[in-house]
Design a protein around this ligand. Sequence first.
Ligand code: BES
Ligand code: ZN
Ligand code: ZN
Length: 508
Amino acid sequence: MVKNTEIKLSAIARDLKKSPSEALVIGVGQGPDGPVLLENPLTAKSAEALAGSLKVLGVTGAADQLIRLPGLPETGASVLVLTGLGKVRDGQKISEESLRRAAGSAVRQLAGLSSVTIAFPTAALGDVAAVAEGASFGAYSFTDHRSEKNGLKDPVKTAVIFTELAEDRNLPQTLKRAALIGKAVNATRSLVNQPPSHLYPESFAEAAKELSKGLPVKVTVWDEKRLEKEGFGGIMGVGKGSTRQPRLVKVEYSPAKATAKIALVGKGITFDTGGISIKPALGMGDMKSDMAGAAVVLNTVLALAGLGVPVKATAWLCIAENMPSGAATRPADVLKMFGGKTVEVLNTDAEGRLVMADGIVAASQEYPDAIIDVATLTGAQLIALGNRTAGVMGADSVTAPLKAAADRAGELLWPMPLPEELRPSLDSQVADLANIGERHGGMMTAAVFLQEFVGKGKDGEPIPWAHIDIAGPSFNNGSPYGYTPKQGTGCTVRTLVAYAEDLLAASA
Ligand code: BES
Ligand code: ZN
Ligand code: ZN
């Protein structure tokens, strides 16, 4: 189900010709007075000549610009590639994210070549890591269901990073982490890209097991019988209209000497038609991505296990297919959620919060230090924050470190409030709660709904919780840019891995 090829990463500090690649990629920045050739391994003479002809070559240094020139004999590469890193200012460091995007963009656009060497300015290991991550994200394609290549090019197979830090003793670990992050992000993308004919609750649970092979994690799967018996009314209620039965998957990583324990809950709607409250036809196909949250939490836990981060992390994948049928949940039906709260379903298209409620209650019963849920929950997220920025809501003690982690990882995440006054809009005439409320600020209304299901810790206080809405940023239905391909983006995996690593640093 998920068989991505991984780019091979290595680093060299000198002697380009000893590790020749097909392409040598160097960077150009957009300076205040025009394009600036960035630090590179060319001879001073070549660099000077090249810098002098940037303008006439039409090179601007804008992000995603890629210009191919004949290779210079001194580089051992048959093509010299100039790639844009966007705005640069004299004396100002180029951000890690600019490096990540430029490396990703170059590798993505150079698909079809087998090997590239990337020579960007790298002052610290974080810069090398960013280039390596970008290269891994750029070397992605999804061809599972193509019988012909139709001119489709294979992703680049090897990337050599040219950096003075190639011999740093922490370099191997840096590249190893980048490769694992790349693997987790690309696996998330492939699960999202997988069509609903192939990825449905049962096969998603199988894929989770398969991806977990060889890693120190324990996978438990609840099938429909066990879900029914144990009272997971949200997941069962949403899955009722489909011939494909729902699943709950728990993936536990419990390292010895863990200093913190986090629970990650993901929305895994393998296809969201809206159910009886059916969605319009236009764009409905994009709803194959409605399981992105579950793919993110799964791959985050697997990445933490692969990296050996000593934080206990449990992923809860709440998986169902939301279909209309004679057996489907109706508007006005009441569901009893896991833990006993009842919900009147007034709109069957607000199904994510129903499966997530069950998952959040289940996660709470293990008293984690924090619960983070990730879901393609609302169209309102796109209205509020657009299609590249995820929204985060919840306890400041979780949202603030998440925002810091996102900044460090180079992902766009923005905190939004959880206004108390939205709660009465979720009152129901017949049940404890209705599944829809105030339409304006609908992303926050959905979060206020989820908050009702967050349990108390052993201290009697609510477990610190945050909700991340990734409806927009998880799926790119525009053109590719930077390291981001069309369709599944794999967003938020990096933020969550960074969050877990930061927890560790905080407790050290
Ligand atoms: N899966 C959708 C949210 C979504 C929309 C994700 C667009 C990605 C792109 C979710 O289940 C949904 O349909 N939500 C409704 C809730 C409403 C009925 C309260 C929505 O946002 O319209
Ligand atoms: Zn829906
Ligand atoms: Zn949905």
